[in-house]
Design a protein around this ligand. Structure first.
Ligand SMILES: NC(=O)c1ccc[n+]([C@@H]2O[C@H](COP(=O)([O-])OP(=O)(O)OC[C@H]3O[C@@H](n4cnc5c(N)ncnc54)[C@H](O)[C@@H]3O)[C@@H](O)[C@H]2O)c1
Ligand SMILES: [Zn+2]
Ligand SMILES: [Zn+2]
Length: 361
């Protein structure tokens, strides 16, 4: 049996998204059908709509979600109907070269549902990040479902499915931020503020938030920023050096995804410091740096895919910290909206009015 439900579809490059009837198959072997309860609007959804990720239109957008497993296919043992889950885009395969070397957080062979969700006329949909959760129901690989404490609110838990996990993990996992570190975060949207929150959780003593928007900087303080810099008015490299004894920060996290902000991050870190790129660039962007500076400044230039998270390890742990009041996930939610409001939410994101709009179903 297939299920006809509503889904938010991007039909073509730069076109406004539309709410459509989509057809979701019953789960086959290794798959799970999930009734979506909440799905955050991430900048990556907007990248998809703008053709910045690839050209596989039409996309079924939405990928930062929590919900309840409704049915599972043959051979699925890790999750069962009724389980409260966060959807992840890293279904660890256990068999690729990364997994076999004990680095499942890099799994190179993560999998998605085998069957296609389609438009009513049978056109196959490309689900964003293999999820597609701006929909009443979605079909995923069972490994994309991570069980967490069902008493957590779906709106908060779902945030861990993408951007907030990416930011927290950029600080905690990729950046290895630890007690006493100085950290700067460039770009304080949902991802950047999560990096601020991660640095705070990890015990960083100086946390410098950089953005071009004063409202964003005010919000960053709520998550633990000790200093803020408006980089439209002040040179952020100089400001970060001034705030760190003239040296630069131990870890600088770039959460915008642009060459100019990457360069700021590169020069705003201390010698032997770490740069973490968590912002996602678009295909035409190029970076030019003096190779001597790359050598001479030493340290590590890292990219953070999904905050180097391991969903089975990190999601339940972060939900627990949330429930203990040590990680304020609710503070990321600027507004809750309906499925038909996703296009308006993109507009607000574009104008910097929101940290996260979360679709509630
Ligand atoms: N690596 C991953 O796994 C991963 C996961 C999710 C999202 N992302 C990416 O992270 C980035 C941020 O996502 P988001 O949801 O927080 O987006 P967002 O639009 O909410 O936030 C971006 C922030 O950057 C600020 N900004 C823009 N230009 C700037 C500049 N020149 N200098 C300083 N700040 C500037 C904006 O004011 C805004 O506050 C996006 O590129 C997104 O695709 C990466
Ligand atoms: Zn693997
Ligand atoms: Zn995302």
């Amino acid at each position: 049996m297939a299920h006809e439900v509503r889904g938010v579809v991007a039909r073509g490059k730069g076109q406004p998204v539309s709410l459509e009837t989509i057809v979701v198959p019953d789960p086959g072997p290794g798959e799970a059908l999930v009734a979506v309860q909440a799905c955050g609007v991430c900048h990556t959804d907007l990248h998809y709509r703008e053709g910045g990720i690839n050209d596989d239109f039409p996309f079924l957008l939405g990928h930062e979600a929590a919900g309840v497993v409704e049915a599972v296919g043959a051979g699925v043992t890790d999750v069962a109907p009724g389980d409260f889950v966060i959807l992840n885009w890293r279904a660890v395969c256990g068999a690729c070269r990364a997994c076999l070397r004990g680095r499942p957080q890099y799994c190179f062979a993560t999998h998605n549902a085998t069957q296609k969700m389609t438009l009513a006329d049978g056109t196959p949909l490309s689900p964003a990040l293999g999820i597609g959760a701006f929909a009443d129901k979605t079909l995923v690989a069972a490994g994309q479902c991570t069980k967490v404490d069902p008493s957590a609110s779906p709106v908060a838990a779902g945030l861990l499915g993408c951007g907030i996990m990416a930011g927290l993990g950029a600080a905690i996992n990729t950046g290895g931020v630890t007690r006493g570190d100085s950290v700067a975060v460039i770009g304080c949207g949902g991802v950047g503020d999560a990096a601020v929150a991660g640095a705070h959780l990890a015990g960083a003593t100086t946390i410098i938030a950089v953005d071009v928007d004063d409202t964003k900087l005010d919000w960053a303080r709520r998550f633990g920023a000790t200093h803020t810099v408006n980089s439209r008015e002040t040179d952020p490299v100089e400001a970060i050096r001034d705030l760190t004894g003239g040296f630069g920060a131990d870890v600088v996290i770039e959460a915008v995804g642009r060459p100019e902000t990457y360069k700021q991050a590169f020069y705003a870190r201390d010698l032997a410091g770490t740069v973490v790129l968590v912002g996602v660039p678009t295909p035409e962007m190029q970076l030019e740096l003096p190779l001597l500076d790359v050598f001479g400044r030493g340290g590590a230039l890292k990219s953070s895919w999904y905050g180097d998270c391991l969903p089975s390890r990190d999601f339940p742990m972060l939900v627990s910290l949330y429930q203990q009041g040590r990680l304020d996930l609710d503070a990321f939610v600027t507004e809750t909206i309906a499925l038909e409001d996703v296009e308006a939410a993109f507009e607000k994101m574009h104008h910097g009015e929101v940290l996260r709009s979360v679709v509630v179903l």
